[in-house]
Design a protein around this ligand. Structure first.
Ligand SMILES: [Zn+2]
Length: 480
C-alpha cells in the first residue's frame, strides 16, 4: 500500500514521498541506477528481479553511446522530479543518428492526453528518413523531449480524422518546414478524404507558413465517391489551395481492396480500411526484398577485383571482366532476404481487410482502447480490446504485438521509473514488473493468451522498439 499525503502548492496537488513506500524505494533504485546502471528491484508482485541497463537505439553493447546513464544525477537526488517527470520523458531516448528500422511511440493515449500519455503519434524511423503515423495534439512538444530530429520526417500517414489523431498535424508540418535545410523536399501527407480541406482551412485561417511546402494525398473510398456529407466539406474542397500547398493525388482503392499509398526503391506502403465510427485506415509499411549477402570469396574466385565492381554486383548489375567473361549477381550473392514489415493500425474493431497483406509482420501496433470486461462498449465505439488485438496478431502470424491507444481510465498507478527506455526483448515483462498499472498488466496477459505468444507489450510515450534484420528468405506476402 503506497502512502500518499497531498500537499497544496500553487494550486497543484503534489504527493509527498513516505519513507518505506514504493515511491521511496523507486527513488533509491534510481539513485543506484545512476551510478551502477543495474539494480535489484522488488516487483509489484513482491518478487525480486534484476533490472537491466537500458539500451539506447543503435547502441549495440557497451560503449559508443550504447548504454548511457538511465537518468541524470540531479533526477536521482530529487524524488519529486522523478515523480512528476518520467526520466525517459526528460532526457529523451532517441539516438539522433540512428540508422535502421525502429518504431518510436510519441503518444499512446486515446481521446485526450493524460498525465503520462500524449495523444496518438507514432514515428517509424527508416534508415535516415522518418514516417509519422498520426499526429495528435502536443506532438511538437513530444519531439522536444527526445533527441529525435523532426526534420527527418518526410511522410505523414493519417489513419482517420478524429482529433486525437490529427490535432497536432498543422504545427508539426510548420515545424518541419522551419527546421529543414533550404531545398528540403516537400512533406508528403496521406490520409482520408477531408484531410486536405481541413489542413488547408487551418493553415489559411491561422496564416501559417510551411516553408518547405506540403502536399496531401487522399485515399478515396471504393466507387470513387468522395465523402462530402459533413457540414461545408464540399464547399471547403473548392477553396483555393494554401500558398504552400502543392497538388496532391486522389488515391483509388485497388482490386485487392487495398490502397497503394506510396512506393520507392526501398519501401512499399499499403493501406486497408478498418471498421471504426468514421473512415479509418491501417498502414502496412514493408521493406522490399533485400539481395542476399555478398560473398567476397566467390567474387575473388570469379576474378572480380574489389572496388566499383563489388558495388555494381550488389546493386544487381552484371559486370564484364577485362578478359570478356561475365559475372552475374547470382554468382556472388546468397539467397534473397526478407525485408522488414511494420503494421500500424488506426482505431478499429475489425481489421480483416489487412489479413493478407499484414501476414508475418515483424511488428504489429494495434489499439487496445478498452479492456475485455467492456468488450461490448469497445465494439459499439469501433474500438478493440487487448484480446481482439491478440486475435488479429495471431491471425497474421505477427512476431511482436505492441498495444497502444489506451483509455485514460487505465492510467492507474503507472510506475515510470522502472520501465526500460528501449525494448529489446518483449519477454522481459514475464514477471509483470516493468511498471504497468494493474489493468494494463491484465490487458497484456489477455493479449498474450489470444496471441498464443509472449511477445506482447504495452506502449509508453517515448518508448522505442527496434526491428532487426534477419537472413531469412522472403515470405509470400513480403513487399514486391
Ligand atoms: Zn478514432
Amino acid at each position: 500500500m503506497i502512502t500518499r499525503v497531498a500537499r497544496r502548492c500553487r494550486g497543484f496537488s503534489y504527493p509527498t514521498i513516505a519513507p518505506g513506500s514504493q515511491q521511496h524505494k523507486t527513488a533509491m533504485i534510481a539513485r543506484h541506477l545512476s551510478t551502477s546502471g543495474t539494480a535489484a528491484a522488488e516487483t509489484d508482485d513482491g518478487e525480486e528481479e534484476v533490472e537491466e541497463k537500458p539500451r539506447w537505439p543503435g547502441g549495440g553493447g557497451g560503449g559508443g553511446g550504447g548504454n548511457r546513464p538511465r537518468m541524470r544525477p540531479a533526477d536521482a537526488r530529487s524524488p519529486w522530479r522523478q515523480q512528476r517527470f518520467p526520466p525517459q520523458a526528460k532526457a529523451g531516448r532517441c539516438d539522433p543518428d540512428f540508422r535502421g528500422f525502429e518504431v518510436v511511440f510519441m503518444g499512446t493515449a486515446s481521446s485526450m492526453p493524460t498525465k503520462f500519455r500524449n495523444t496518438t503519434c507514432i514515428a517509424l524511423r527508416l534508415d535516415g528518413t522518418t514516417y509519422l503515423i498520426d499526429c495528435g495534439e502536443g506532438a511538437q512538444r513530444q519531439f522536444t523531449q527526445t533527441e529525435f530530429r523532426p526534420r527527418t520526417i518526410d511522410r505523414i500517414f493519417i489513419t482517420h480524422m478524429h482529433g486525437d489523431h490529427i490535432f497536432g498535424l498543422p504545427g508539426v508540418i510548420c515545424m518541419i518546414g522551419q527546421q529543414g535545410s533550404p531545398g528540403r523536399p516537400p512533406t508528403q501527407i496521406y490520409g482520408p478524404v477531408g484531410l486536405r480541406a481541413w489542413l488547408r482551412t487551418t493553415l489559411c485561417l491561422s496564416e501559417a507558413g510551411v516553408p518547405n511546402k506540403y502536399a496531401v494525398h487522399e485515399l478515396v473510398p471504393p466507387g470513387g465517391q468522395r465523402r462530402s456529407t459533413r457540414r461545408g466539406l464540399s464547399m471547403l474542397m473548392e477553396d483555393p489551395p494554401h500558398v504552400d500547398e502543392l497538388p496532391g493525388r486522389d488515391i483509388a482503392c485497388g482490386g485487392d481492396g487495398l490502397w497503394l499509398v506510396h512506393q520507392d526503391e526501398r519501401y512499399v506502403v499499403q493501406a486497408g480500411a478498418l471498421r471504426h465510427s468514421v473512415p479509418c485506415y491501417g498502414y502496412v509499411i514493408a521493406e522490399r526484398t533485400r539481395p542476399g549477402r555478398f560473398s567476397v570469396e566467390k567474387a575473388l574466385a570469379a576474378g572480380v577485383k574489389p572496388g566499383v565492381s563489388y558495388a555494381m554486383l550488389q546493386r544487381g548489375e552484371t559486370i564484364t571482366l577485362p578478359d570478356g567473361r561475365l559475372v552475374r549477381p547470382m554468382d556472388v550473392l546468397g539467397q534473397s532476404r526478407r525485408g522488414r514489415k511494420a503494421v500500424i493500425l488506426g482505431d478499429t474493431c475489425d481489421s480483416r481487410s489487412l489479413l493478407d497483406v499484414a501476414q508475418e509482420a515483424d511488428i504489429l501496433v494495434h489499439e487496445a482502447t478498452l479492456s475485455d470486461d467492456i468488450a461490448g462498449e469497445a465494439m459499439k465505439r469501433g474500438h478493440s480490446t487487448s484480446t481482439m488485438a491478440g486475435n488479429f496478431a495471431r491471425a497474421i502470424d505477427a512476431r511482436k504485438l505492441i498495444l497502444t491507444h489506451f483509455s485514460g481510465k487505465f492510467e492507474g498507478a503507472v510506475n515510470n521509473q522502472r520501465f526500460p527506455d528501449q525494448i529489446q526483448n518483449l519477454n522481459q515483462d514475464q514477471a509483470g514488473g516493468l511498471g504497468y498499472s494493474r489493468s494494463i498488466k491484465d490487458m497484456i496477459r489477455a493479449a498474450r493468451q489470444a496471441f498464443g505468444k509472449p511477445d506482447v507489450i504495452a506502449a509508453r510515450d517515448l518508448m522505442s522498439v527496434p526491428v532487426f534484420l534477419s537472413d531469412e528468405p522472403p515470405v509470400a506476402k513480403s513487399a514486391p
